[in-house]
Design a protein around this ligand. Structure first.
Ligand SMILES: [Zn+2]
Ligand SMILES: [Zn+2]
Length: 287
């Protein structure tokens, strides 16, 4: 893993030191211009959901078609993806992605991990293993679910992964500095990621004070908003709106959306200024 400051002591066990380190990054590190593409903005079932005849699942509006949540983050030199859900292969084909440098994982649920096997195409094209960044919890799940990629006998054609275990320490992929942000999915820790003025958080229903401080100052926030009704491990629409306002981020896009939320255009028209629903193929440019 490349470090921005090789001499900077990386032994930051105490969380307050990690926080100070993150502040240091945010203030001192320059970020390349980034292009963010929403590869998917749907919850675990996707929208439409199999077998459902509701008005959202049968809507002709393209913005009501939501693949499983993921974003592509691209600088001039580096292309990475956050999560590889079950739609990963189609997402890469739809966006005509020919090169991918790395995969970052938020957490080990299937709707964020299931498509990892298809990085084999990039192994073949680039003739090298894929760099994969995951915390220890997700790494454990990767080693279990994709066990065949971690055996001593390397059968031809299996995924080649170069696993990097991440903590809350900032790190760099190519020319893109990344700040991990811990959020909570009921009792499961989930990694949010801050890329300069852009913060991406999915699958949360609680954010600690320390993590809120890491998000503050972002110009754009992506946050999960599942539906209007209360959920055990996801922010509702109202909770996501309240969190966005509390964090003082001027522009927000909600993701990980269920068919239960309602029609895109109807929900979008009722949101406060600066807050929008994300949709698949939405592109955000950060200079
Ligand atoms: Zn999810
Ligand atoms: Zn439906």
């Amino acid at each position: 893993m490349q470090r921005l400051f090789p001499n900077w002591k990386q032994k930051k066990i105490r969380s307050n030191l990690t926080f100070l380190h993150s502040e240091f990054y945010i203030c001192r590190v320059s970020y390349p211009p980034l292009k963010i593409t929403f590869l998917g903005s749907g919850t675990s079932s996707g929208v439409p959901m199999i077998g459902c005849g509701c008005e959202v699942c049968t809507s002709p509006n393209k913005k009501d078609k939501r693949l499983r949540s993921s974003i592509l983050v691209k600088s001039e030199k580096t292309t990475l993806v956050v999560d590889t859900g079950p739609d990963f292969r189609y997402q890469m084909l739809r966006e005509n992605i020919k090169h991918l440098d790395a995969v970052l994982f938020t957490h080990p649920h299937k709707d964020h991990m299931a498509g990892l096997d298809d990085i084999r195409s990039f192994n073949f094209l680039n003739q090298r293993p894929m760099d994969v960044y995951a915390d220890s919890l997700t790494e454990e799940a990767l080693r279990r679910d994709f066990y065949y990629a971690f055996t001593d006998t390397k059968y031809p054609g299996i995924p080649q992964l170069d696993l990097h275990t991440i903590t809350l320490d900032p790190f760099v992929i190519g020319d893109i500095p990344v700040i991990p942000i811990l959020v909570w999915h009921l009792k499961m820790p989930v990694m949010g990621f801050r890329f300069g003025k852009f913060t991406y958080i999915t699958d949360a229903n609680h954010i600690d004070t320390e993590s809120k401080e890491k998000i503050k100052g972002s110009e754009i926030l992506v946050l999960n908003a599942l539906r209007k009704q209360k959920h055990i491990s996801h922010f509702t629409l109202d909770e996501a709106v309240a969190m966005t306002i509390e964090l003082g981020v001027p522009l927000a896009y909600f993701t990980h959306i269920s068919h239960q939320l309602g029609l895109h255009d109807v929900i979008e028209s009722g949101l406060p200024g600066g807050i929008h629903l994300a949709y698949d193929r939405l592109v955000i440019e950060l200079s």
